[in-house]
Ligand binder design. Structure first.
Ligand code: ADP
Length: 250
């Protein structure tokens, strides 16, 4: 049976840009189940980043609530943050520090003890094939290895929900596939993943369900297979193009 991990309930977000108000989310409801990979899709401006960054508590919702394991995340944001990992699109590794030092500070940030930091550092460097770079500065890593390291650092405090914002943007195709394997391994470990991507092949390969946002509302939530079948297409990209055409015609 599917167990609910997180529920987004009637979430809205209104930005105030000078005198202009932008309703980026207009009442979003989304249930995320334990152990699944859910991908947010939508054209630029649809509200994907706003939704994922509200779930990551980078900024608050204007209204609505988010429930994790039965409790509003806003009751204790610090406690909630210790259970989630957020991997930003732009690598924010401290380039002057070694990978080991970067992990050390990530561990301190999450209040881990020195013993746990040591254990997690060993585990993650080994798990992500980064042991040989442990004393190297972040600046020497290639784009693919930077992304691998960001994912490793995201797991430092052993979160059960990981939010990945465009994890493969700008990477070469073979490196993107390498990162896909890393993401699939997260799922194998029982970690729930909320992914944002512009790559439809990536969404099709990785997602248990895709959630299509359109002008601040969820238009569709379904499995890629079902969407492809329902829209009589051969891949998710063609489904997505068909949906955009529908949205323009509305
Ligand atoms: P997406 O990630 O799907 O491209 P966003 O969530 O970034 O969409 O943006 C949704 C809408 O909110 C857009 O109209 C965007 O211009 C607006 N928006 C996003 N961030 C801000 C902000 N910090 N201030 C004002 N408007 C914003």
């Amino acid at each position: 049976m599917n167990t609910i991990l997180l529920q987004v309930l009637s979430v809205t977000k209104r930005y105030h840009n000078g005198t202009v108000m932008i309703d980026a989310l207009k009442g979003v409801d989304l249930t995320i189940y334990k152990g699944e990979i859910v991908t947010l899709l939508g054209v630029n401006g649809a509200g994907k980043t706003t939704l994922s960054s509200i779930i990551a508590t980078l900024h608050p919702a204007t209204s609505g609530d988010i429930i994790k394991n039965g409790i509003s995340i806003y009751k204790d944001v610090v406690k909630y943050r210790r259970t989630i990992g957020f991997c930003p699109q732009k690598p924010n590794i401290d380039m002057m520090l070694s990978l080991e030092e970067n992990l050390f500070f990530a561990g301190l940030y999450f209040g881990l003890s020195q013993t746990i930091i040591k254990e997690r550092t060993e585990y993650l460097l080994n798990r992500f094939g980064l042991t040989q770079y442990r004393y190297s500065k972040g600046s020497i890593l290639s784009g693919g290895y930077k992304q691998r390291f960001l994912l490793a650092r995201t797991l430092m405090h052993n979160p059960d929900l990981v939010i990945l914002d465009e994890p493969t943007v700008g990477l070469d195709p073979h490196i993107r596939r390498d990162i896909w394997e890393v993401i699939k391994d997260l799922k194998k470990d029982g970690i729930t993943v909320l992914l944002t991507t512009h790559y439809l092949d990536e969404a099709e390969k990785l997602s248990d369900r895709v959630c299509v946002l359109d002008k601040g509302v969820i238009k569709i939530i379904d499995t890629p297979e079902h969407l492809i079948q329902k829209h009589n297409q051969t891949n998710l990209e063609d489904v997505f193009v068909a949906l955009i055409e529908e949205s323009k015609a509305e």
